[in-house]
Write a protein that binds this ligand. Structure first.
Ligand code: NDP
Length: 244
């Protein structure tokens, strides 16, 4: 990323990162903190990085989201940058997938992002600026066996971001999607070595990605260099999803 993404900003922004206590979300929250922004992190279990406001909020609960925004607005002012990163999987093949497997993943990944974007947009409209960044996945456009629910939730974010981009663009509010590929997290660390090698063989860059590489794309989208970028899907996948 450019030097400007690591330099302190004169005016800290109110940034909300959902799911920021581990993995990709934590790296994103830490990247904003390093820029000097006021960062709030929401999760169900707590444990935000040092310097971030630690807020409990289950994104499947609309009332909890409203309460979290009130807490963040009191501490940091209206949310100017929303990163909807909280996500879950409940993988199984289509014929074995229960309604509960479907509902849980859609409610967290897709409906949760809708609730967050809607609540955040209220403050952004008053500010007449804002950045909405939805964390999707390479799987959203590529598909993946055993992930019908997850892929549907992640491709739904693309239509959501592009519709928000069209609705709110005239108020200087952008909405973009970041689509990570295979990123080194606790989840991928548990994969058997052979499986990781098989994945690497399909990735043009020949390696898994790092959480900081996803964070770099997110802070760029939130920064001055991306002021004219909206409705975009930015892959951070080593080339795995090219062509979609
Ligand atoms: P993790 O499983 O490590 O972390 C998920 C985060 O989401 C946790 O902070 C968790 O906190 C939070 N979360 C889950 N459910 C809820 C909920 N109902 N309400 C509030 N918070 C919730 O995920 P990763 O870091 O691996 O992934 C982050 C995002 O990136 C996800 O959207 C994922 O789909 C996407 N992604 C990940 C890839 C990867 O290779 N890892 C690849 C492509 C996309 P808590 O449990 O405390 O609530």
């Amino acid at each position: 990323m450019s030097e400007s993404s690591t330099q302190p900003r004169p005016e800290p922004r109110s940034v909300l990162v959902t799911g920021g206590n581990r993995g990709i979300g934590r790296a994103i929250a830490e990247a904003f903190l390093a820029q000097g922004d006021n960062v709030a992190v929401t999760t169900r279990s707590g444990g935000a990085p040092d310097g971030a406001l630690d807020v409990r909020c289950d994104v499947t609960d609309g009332a909890a989201i409203d309460a979290a925004f009130k807490q963040i607005e009191e501490a940091h002012g209206p949310v100017e940058v929303l990163v909807a990163n909280a996500g879950v999987t409940a993988d199984t093949l289509l014929l074995r997938m229960s309604d509960d497997d479907w509902e849980q993943v859609i409610s967290t990944n897709l409906t949760g992002s809708f609730r967050l974007a809607k609540r955040a947009a209220k403050g952004m409209l008053r500010l007449r600026r804002g950045r909405i960044i939805l964390i999707s996945s390479v799987v959203g456009l590529l598909g993946s066996p055993g992930q019908v629910n997850y892929a549907a939730s992640k491709s739904g974010l693309v239509g959501m971001a592009r519709s928000i981009a069209r609705e709110l663009g005239s108020r200087s509010i952008t909405a973009n999607v970041v689509a990570p590929g295979f990123i080194e997290t606790d989840m991928t660390a548990q994969l058997p070595e052979e499986q990781v090698k098989a994945y690497q063989g399909q990735i043009p860059l020949g390696r898994l990605g790092a959480v900081d590489e996803v964070a770099g794309a997110v802070t760029w989208l939130a920064g001055p260099g991306a002021a004219y970028v909206t409705g975009a899907v930015i892959p951070v996948d080593g080339g795995l999803g090219m062509g979609h």
